[in-house]
Ligand binder design. Sequence first.
Ligand code: UDX
Length: 450
Amino acid sequence: MAFLGCGYLGTTYAVCFAELGYDVVGMDVNAEKVAKLAAGDLPIHEPGLEALLRRNLDSGRLRFTTSYEDIAEFADVHFICVGTPQRPDSDAADLSQVETCVTDLAPHLRRKALILGKSTVPVGTAEWVETLVQRHAPPEAGVEVAWSPEFLQEGFAVEDVLRPNRVVFGVKSDWARDMLYAVHKGVFELAAVEDREVPVVVGDFATAELVKVAANAFLATKISFINAMADLCEATGGDVTLLARAIGYDDRIGPKFLRAGVGFGGGCLPKDIRAFVARAEELGVGDSLRFLHEVDRVNARRRTKVVQMVAEMCGRTSGPNGPDLSGLRVAILGVTFKANSDDVRDSPALSVARKLMRAGAVVTAYDPEGMIPAKNVVPDAAYAKSVNEALAGADLVCVLTAWEEFRHADPAALAELVSHRRIIDGTNSVDPTLWTGAGWTYRGMGRPSI
Ligand code: UDX
């Protein structure tokens, strides 16, 4: 197997499929990244992955290359794992990496092989990839295309690949379907040993592509729904954490993805819902996804809301240009888009940091894993080496990522470090009674202030 693109997706898949016993090569055009991976050095923070990378490099089942000739010669299945970021000029997905990797690989293919799409793409991409293959691969090779979306969550990526809750195959032929079953044999065998079953959904290209974006649109909607309920709770004195628990007991609704807070971020949900809307508009069914605009807007308002809360708690007034926070010292705990990750892509925490600074606040941030990437994105904030250092002299503390370290912090000890004992819990993850007991004024998201 070859995995084209050694980013988050490709690296995790390459390592996990080597772990399942396949002979794997990871391919990337970035020679520096390939050299690092080949040396057992993982460029991302993902629990458990580096140990598996090293073990499989040592076993000889896994290697990395920059060469299309190499993978064309080596592999029966070529997984497309390249990025599909938001285009700079619109909400649509940028498919240039998919195009480049397919058109660069195809001419080197000499025997029948499967090009298997994993990247999240607008519906219709698999058909287009098929036309690219027909144009660029030697016709006698009989190369086929299939699509099988991934659902991995950062922080649980290894588990999600080895023990998926379902697999989806978008195919056009029996040969491609049989190849996909063979490709996942290791996944099915592991499930059988553990007395589990992995459901398989086999369908056409369009359905397989839509499954991924539909799943992400649903998750994003669920989060924005609970954040909208948080506004209602705040307006009425209710508590959204209790509301979420109560509605979550209905198993038609379920308890997951109902954590109100600063909203969703990351490399997937925000860009995927926008690209989905853009694609629906191209297809003439934009009206059907108009609600996703609202999902996006609810989400964006979470970030401005934190800034308003800071102003309210510190008695700052708002002018036509928003609140004036000049000179206010704000400590930010958490800069990554979620806990157990070093990813700061579209991080709500960094967006809040930027808005606070724009309003005149002096921001000092701390995060257990995300400091280096955060410095690249928001270089003008100050970065502290610990929670204690971040809080020294602060007028207000904002918890913006739900790291365990913050939940277990001692509010009594921290109270000694700050200028004013004010905390905004943007993640609803710290215990309000503990903090108020230590003399702090607490505000959560969609909860009564104490
Ligand atoms: C997501 C999907 O879960 C995954 O299936 C898909 O393949 C890629 O996108 P990921 O980006 O790793 O995965 O993050 P996820 O755990 O889904 O969280 C997304 C964002 O939503 C985070 O910012 C998180 O903090 C936020 N979130 C999540 C909430 O605000 N409330 C919740 O209840 C859950």
